[in-house]
Design a protein around this ligand. Structure first.
Ligand SMILES: Cc1ncc(COP(=O)(O)O)c(C=O)c1O
Length: 349
């Protein structure tokens, strides 16, 4: 069975390492969704959504938060709420907002991106930020916003990197946003609180549907005035939802039960890297594992063949080259990793 037919077969894979977005709601989460009180969130009277938004604002140390249907929508709304047409967002050249969100801020908001060189952990140096900010000159776009990302590709920037970049941006008049799709992985790795990580940024997107295991949802948090603008823009992009308390209940459950457990995803990623590093034909570096992602280089030409071999065994990875990202999550624990490593060993053996 090829990878494509395995994906389309509707069979539940034995092992799925494509992403942490593939998790299914747990029994406990489904029970919470079933029991959720709901209202019409466009009228603002869904009690579960209101509770989730208040909880997220407290958790992140911000004045207010707003439920969004996805991380892409949350980052887009943040950029549209912070920037006007002809203004620009400075960001890392390999950040999700720049390369993986269909250029939404430019398409819909007339906003430019100013991509910047990054360090290997995903941080951007204050010097680079300073150099990228445009002068007050009619030839130039207006530099308005700095967008950061942590964790980035499984790597974690220490608080000092985020603080230095954010303070530099603010010093030069930029508003600062953090794409914190996987910020809880960074929080757990760093052993700090979520509010500490985002203390120096104005706004933040936190995804519930990645390592936190909810089926849908991202929270956008920031100052009240910003969230009021974001609320209008969310409507504009079709993101006003109705009895969405069933999804907010999953989000509340995720915040209650799935943050601390990210540590075991990180341990499992290390276990995976350690096992793979012993297989001839596989280059994996356990020392490079910081959260729930393992980047692996397979022997030349082996990546796609291995992907199809694994798919036939009910194991899914994304591989269109020999450089592959493997992701651990709620539904991919030690047993799945051992099974996977055995199959990879058999393939190269
Ligand atoms: C860093 C980062 N930001 C934003 C997103 C967008 O999230 P979504 O897929 O919910 O739109 C992703 C998705 O994987 C991501 O990895």
């Amino acid at each position: 069975m090829s990878y494509v037919s395995a994906v389309k077969s509707n069979k539940i894979p034995l092992v799925d390492m494509r992403s942490d977005t593939v998790t299914k709601p747990t029994e406990g989460m489904r029970a919470a969704m079933l029991a959720a009180s709901v209202g019409d969130d466009v009228y603002g009277d869904d009690p579960t959504v209101n509770e989730l938004q208040e909880r997220a604002a407290r958790l992140l140390g911000k004045e207010a938060a707003l439920f969004m249907s996805s991380g892409t929508q949350s980052n887009l709304v943040a950029m549209l709420a912070h920037c006007q047409r002809g203004e620009e967002v400075l960001c890392g050249a390999d950040y999700h907002v720049f390369i993986d969100e269909a250029g939404g801020a430019s398409v819909l908001g007339g906003i430019m991106f100013a991509p910047m060189a990054m360090n290997s952990n995903g941080s951007v140096d204050p010097e680079t930020i300073k150099r990228t900010i445009k002068p007050d000159d009619e030839h130039c776009p207006i530099s308005r916003m700095l967008s950061l990302e942590n964790s980035w590709h499984g790597r974690v920037q220490p608080l000092s990197d985020i603080t230095a970049a954010a303070r530099c941006g603010r010093k030069y008049g930029l508003v600062v946003h953090l794409d914190g799709a996987r910020m809880m992985n960074a929080v757990i790795r760093l052993g700090i609180s979520p509010s500490e990580l985002v203390a120096d940024v104005d706004s933040v997107s936190l995804c519930l549907s990645k390592g936190l295991g909810a089926p849908v949802g991202t929270l956008l948090a920031g100052p009240k005035s910003f969230i009021r603008r974001a609320h209008r823009i969310r409507k504009l992009v079709g993101g006003g939802l109705r009895q969405v308390g069933v999804l907010a209940a999953a989000g509340l459950y995720a915040l209650d039960h799935h943050i601390e457990r990210l540590a075991s995803d990180h341990d499992n990623a290390l276990r995976l890297a350690e096992q793979l590093s012993l297989i001839p034909g596989v280059a994996a570096d356990p020392a490079a594992v910081e959260t729930n992602m393992v980047f692996v280089d397979f022997a030349e030409g082996a990546g796609v063949r291995l992907r199809d071999h694994l798919a036939a065994k009910g194991m899914l990875i994304v591989a269109d080259s020999d450089h592959v990202r493997l992701v651990t999550h709620l539904d991919c624990g030690a047993a799945e990793i051992d099974l996977f490593a055995t199959e990879v060993r058999a393939f190269f053996g």
